[in-house]
Design a protein around this ligand. Structure first.
Ligand SMILES: Cc1cc2nc3c(=O)[nH]c(=O)nc-3n(C[C@H](O)[C@H](O)[C@H](O)COP(=O)(O)OP(=O)(O)OC[C@H]3O[C@@H](n4cnc5c(N)ncnc54)[C@H](O)[C@@H]3O)c2cc1C
Length: 268
């Protein structure tokens, strides 16, 4: 008699906490990825339950040393009257070390944009704001295989996911990056099959490499959870392919647009 495996997903909700943090270290991971380590009293009690959690990062406005942070109210975050809000973008808490009181955030240096521009000039002693995570969706740990697909903006989530998988788990990663120099070591105790796809001069968010690679890969026997994080239209294409052509159980897919090549697109 076969056993039905439940693959129970859990949601954790948290009150959003706004934190003003100091940059402790900045490390260049690749030519286009920088790791910013944050610290400060406000970091105590930080919690992040899932590898694909995100925080809102508030970067100082040009000419300012500190970001302006909203105040949490019953109606959500609100800025004081007359205050110009700091730009806020979503980022993955890549590593939190409660003992050292450190939080790492890895920024892709893609060019123009308040967050990328800030990260390109970041140095110790500067200030950054974070809000959240406001919740997590915790994926069951009893899938036979985890397929993790994304571009460089998803590398922090994919890297964290692989580090958190136990020995005996199986994963396949399909990651699109600019070129060989952008590869990061992805450590894991799990059995991981890694596919690195290079854009070789093409612009981010303009290729079909991730979907093409996925089409060529047969999933191993058993139940497979598929996670996708990349440019929005790319993600939409992959989700449609999985559901319509591969008839993959929609409950076993989490696909999120991480950025928009065409910012005028409707929200996903
Ligand atoms: C849940 C979640 C987690 C994320 N985690 C991370 C993370 O850990 N690290 C990380 O680097 N990013 C991460 N991102 C993506 C990041 O939020 C976006 O790339 C964001 O748009 C960057 O903000 P910006 O101010 O630099 O540029 P924006 O002001 O948002 O955009 C300016 C211009 O840059 C373009 N652009 C934005 N991002 C990119 C890109 N990656 N490549 C090329 N062009 C781009 C836009 O199309 C726009 O034309 C995450 C996104 C989500 C939703």
């Amino acid at each position: 008699m076969s056993t039905t495996v439940m693959h129970e997903m859990r949601r954790v909700r948290r009150d959003v906490v706004m934190r003003l943090l100091e940059v402790k270290r900045v490390e260049s991971l690749t030519p286009k990825m920088v790791r910013v380590t944050l610290t400060g009293d406000a970091l105590h009690g930080f919690e992040s339950d899932a590898p694909d959690d995100h925080v809102k990062v508030f970067v100082p406005l040009p000419g300012h040393t500190h970001p302006t942070l909203p105040v949490m109210t019953a109606d959500g975050p609100r800025f004081a009257e007359g205050v110009t809000p700091s730009p806020a973008r979503d980022y993955t808490p890549r590593r939190y070390d409660a003992k050292a009181n450190e939080l790492d955030i890895d920024f892709v240096l893609h060019g123009d944009g308040p967050a990328s521009t800030w990260a390109a000039q970041a140095e110790a002693g500067q200030w950054l704001g974070i809000g959240g995570p406001r919740g997590s969706r915790i994926v069951a740990d009893d899938f036979d295989t985890y397929v993790l697909i994304g571009d460089e903006t998803a590398l922090p989530a994919i890297g964290r996911w692989l580090e958190e998988l136990p020995k005996g788990a199986r994963a396949i990663t399909i990651v699109e990056i600019a070129d060989e120099d952008e590869r990061l070591p992805l450590h894991s105790k799990a059995d991981v099959q890694r596919y690195w796809l290079h854009r070789n001069g093409e612009a981010p968010g303009t290729t079909t490499r991730l979907e093409d690679a996925l089409r060529d890969i047969r999933f191993p026997e058993g139940d497979t959870f598929v996670w996708v994080g990349a440019e929005s239209r790319t993600v939409r294409g992959i989700r449609l392919y999985l559901q319509q052509e591969r008839a993959h159980n929609p409950d076993w897919i989490k696909a999120s647009g991480y950025w928009k090549l065409w910012p005028e697109d409707e929200d996903e």
